[in-house]
Design a protein around this ligand. Structure first.
Ligand code: F6R
Length: 356
């Protein structure tokens, strides 16, 4: 059942702290700086990685790319439907299929193509015994528990955390034990922080304030770019309103022409380093066109530039996207709810897409 929530989606958004604890359970020893992923025994650190996925899982792949890059491992994300049409040179890349259901036809064909060319394959999936899990050489389970709502919520968060585990597992001596301990501590603290976002979110108020706009934009940079895309996808999917996500710096290369006083911009800005400063510059660009700006942020300073803000607890830039995403899920949910949409079963969509 929905345990008192009006929709499975809202229930599943609220299940995220538990889903993440399950994902981490027994896999992380933060004191010793060790990650145990028994299902990956024998998997060696790859020289390069291709990540293939669709939709929300593709956004997890874009995040995963940046984690591999932090290890010095070349990585690329591909839309699964494009990968199968023109497989790029593989070398001895590990091909990672990210698929919550493990049954998405496009992702399965991409993985089959890669296997046919001799690549090692790994499925990152929620479903034990799914086709992807059975067909790949390795399967890493994200352990989010069953997800009924068509819109992926807790499975996306669990994918992001699983990718963190995967990368730390493969890091070998590329990371000092001190660095690894710090990362693992951050992951350990994450479920509590997600709970804090859920408890304190102002997303319902923000949603009410910006109903009826012409369109909604989502911008972010670096690790926050994939969640800007994901925020927009979730928004389109359940509200049926027009929304688009962009790399913050890309907006001025065309899309800025669409920005008016009736297109709210959700600007994801976390951390205090150079990327955040640059995104602030992009915030000013849209403000000077009169667009309302909603900062999704861990920084008090940024609030001065914004018309509204959705706060996340400050801390590691690496996991901030998980926290930010919870706020964006809630905004999409509350807008869809106010518009009376069919939130758990949006029109035209199915939970798992088994045709190419
Ligand atoms: C969006 C959504 C879809 C899926 C996509 C891939 O909320 O759920 O975009 O993410 O169809 O599904 P999986 O991960 O099962 O391969």
């Amino acid at each position: 059942g929905k345990s008192g929530y009006d929709h499975y989606m809202l229930k599943e958004i609220h299940e995220q702290p538990r889903a993440l604890r399950q994902c981490l359970s027994g896999r992380v020893d933060e004191r010793r700086g060790e990650v145990t992923l028994s299902e990956l025994e024998g998997l060696e650190t790859p020289s390069a990685v291709h990540l293939v996925a669709c939709g929300t899982s593709y956004h997890a792949a874009l995040y995963g790319v940046q984690l591999f890059h932090s290890l010095g491992i070349p990585a690329q994300a591909f839309l699964a439907s494009e990968y199968a049409t023109g497989v790029p040179p593989l070398g001895d890349s590990l091909v990672v299929g990210i698929t919550q259901s493990g049954e998405t036809a496009d992702t399965l064909s991409a993985l089959r193509e890669a296997r046919a060319r001799g690549a090692r394959t790994l499925a990152v999936t929620n479903v034990v015994g799914s086709t992807a899990a059975r067909e790949c050489d390795y399967a890493l389970y994200i352990r989010a528990g069953p997800e009924i709502g068509v819109a992926a919520t807790k499975t996306f968060s669990s994918q992001l955390v699983s990718l963190n585990l995967l990368v730390e597992y493969l890091a070998g001596d590329q990371r000092s034990s001190e660095e690894r301990r710090a990362v693992l501590q951050t992951l350990r603290d994450l479920p509590g922080r997600v709970q804090q976002v859920l408890d304190e979110s102002m997303a319902e108020e923000v949603a009410a304030e910006y109903l009826g706009a012409d369109g909604y934009f989502f911008i972010g940079r670096g690790l926050n770019y994939p969640v800007a895309l994901e925020g927009a996808l979730k928004f389109k999917e359940i509200t049926y309103e027009h929304a688009e996500g962009f790399a913050a710096g890309e907006l001025k290369h065309g899309t800025l022409a669409l920005v008016t006083e009736n297109t709210p911009v959700f600007a994801v800005v976390t951390g205090e380093d150079a990327p955040a400063k640059k995104t602030l510059g992009n915030v000013r660009e849209v403000e000077s066109r009169g667009a309302p700006v909603i900062a999704v942020t861990d920084d008090d300073q940024i609030e001065r530039y914004a018309d509204a803000s959705l706060r996340v607890p400050s801390g590691s830039a690496r996991v901030a996207p998980v926290l930010v995403n919870v706020q964006l899920q809630l905004v999409a949910y509350w807008v869809a709810n106010a518009l009376g949409r069919s939130i758990d079963k949006p029109r035209n969509l199915a939970k798992s897409v088994t045709v190419e």
